[in-house]
Design a protein around this ligand. Structure first.
Ligand code: NAD
Ligand code: AHE
Ligand code: ZN
Ligand code: ZN
Length: 368
């Protein structure tokens, strides 16, 4: 079939909206009509050329929601008409990772996913006879896409696509990092670095869990109002403090119980670790740093009890946890609507990247 898609032909170039060819689903695969997709900073990270795994031409996008239109042979748990959210972290429920309760990093399709192809090693997308790669196993910047069954969470049918698409990455990553990765206890103190599409969801998770102090750190003071609306108690602009770590330690009365880096900046990652409380403070890295970047600290920071951890997709197991997060939204327990600041048509998708660069959007959502 033919489908409209925004194609990243080359790193660093704007996406081009063209009609591509899409082959139908093979064994264990599902054809999905994407109804809406968010634009995450990770799409920009790959588009820009900073992703060591980035390969072109590719159809980016990994924060979508849509409807199953066709299932391939052997598909067990999905049928035509089901509403689904694509998962860049699959959940096969049988690999050694899925069977280990310590991780959400299912590896069933990870190797081929990283190469931009389906599990059989081939792509379903092409343009003028040339292969176009998939991205993060999702490619939600295409109106129709093909995914492995294990990379789809089935969700309730009354949830609006233009909101729940954000659960495909940002919402789950932020709330999950608090609930599943850090397992933050009520009455904790926390510092959140980066008040964008991820950081604000971390704040939302902290508020939900009953944190008593939530410090937000951002170089853009315009993020203050929305962060306070979501539960931030104190705002710090790093530009106002020569000794940022010292200031944060003082503000949290000895250091934070938890900190979250939601930017992808290795200098900030160090500050996030070092503002944690001696003896028990835990820092969670969520931000994705550019190719070649490395983190640094003095080992004494760890010897004296601080813990450095990372979180991918908020530690969530997509097929199990994503439907529950959709329920939380539908029951009014989490706010997604206030974070979707811009709605675009596919033809205007590059504007979404401009808004992100200008710091004007939290999430721009493309509706097909
Ligand atoms: P975003 O652009 O919406 O937000 C980033 C925020 O950081 C902005 O508000 C910006 O003003 C602020 N910022 C930039 N530099 C700063 C600095 N030096 N000090 C303080 N604030 C600064 O991005 P996003 O969509 O929220 O994504 C954030 C990061 O999380 C990206 O690196 C993205 O790739 C990553 N990410 C990781 C996962 C995961 O599973 N680990 C999932 C989604 C996104
Ligand atoms: N090349 C990677 C992108 C880099 C990355 O770290 N991805 C995060 C998700 S960011 C979502 O916005 C991740 O969870 N990685 C886990 C993994 O197994 O790569 C990619 O995902 O293609
Ligand atoms: Zn993302
Ligand atoms: Zn698995």
């Amino acid at each position: 079939m033919k489908t409209r898609a925004a194609v990243a032909f080359e790193a660093g170039k704007p996406l081009e909206i063209v009609e591509v060819d899409l082959e139908g689903p093979k064994a264990g695969e599902v054809l999905v009509e994407i109804k809406a997709t968010g634009i995450c900073h990770t799409d920009e990270f790959t588009r820009s050329g900073a992703d060591p795994e980035g390969a072109f031409p590719a159809i980016l996008g990994h924060e979508g929601a849509g409807i199953v239109r066709e299932v391939g042979p052997g598909v067990k748990d999905l049928k035509v008409g089901d509403h689904v959210i694509p998962l860049y972290t699959a959940e096969c429920r049988e690999c050694e990772y899925c069977l280990n309760p310590k991780t959400n990093l299912c590896q069933k399709v990870r190797a081929t996913q990283g190469q931009g192809v389906m599990p059989d090693g081939t792509s379903r997308f092409s343009y003028k006879g040339e292969k176009i790669l998939h991205y993060m196993g999702c490619s939600t910047f295409s109106n129709f896409t093909v995914l492995p069954e294990v990379s789809l969470a089935k969700v309730r049918q009354d949830a609006p696509f233009d909101k729940i698409c954000y659960i495909g990455c940002g919402v789950t990553t932020g709330i999950g990092a608090v609930m599943f990765t850090a397992k933050v206890e009520p009455n904790s103190t926390a510092v959140v670095f980066g008040l964008g599409g991820i950081g604000l969801n971390v704040i939302q998770g902290l508020k939900l869990i009953g944190a008593r102090q939530i410090v937000g750190v951002d170089t853009n003071p315009a993020k203050q109002d929305i962060a306070r609306q979501f539960g931030m108690t104190d705002f710090v602009n790093p530009k106002d403090h020569k000794d940022l770590v010292g200031h944060l330690v003082e503000l949290t009365c000895g250091g934070a119980d938890y900190s979250f880096e939601c930017i992808g900046n290795v200098e900030v990652m160090r500050a996030a670790l070092e503002c944690c409380h001696k003896g028990w403070g835990e820092s969670i890295i969520i931000g994705v740093a550019p190719a070649g970047a490395e983190i640094q600290t003095r080992p004494f920071q760890l010897v004296t009890g601080r813990v450095w951890r990372g979180s991918a997709f908020g530690g969530a197991r997509g097929r199990t946890d994503v439907p529950k997060i959709v329920d939380m939204y539908m029951e009014g327990r989490i706010d997604i609507d206030s974070l979707i600041t811009h709605k675009l048509k596919l033809d205007d998708i590059n504007k979404g990247f401009d808004l992100m660069h200008a710091g004007e959007s939290i999430r721009a959502v493309v509706e097909y």
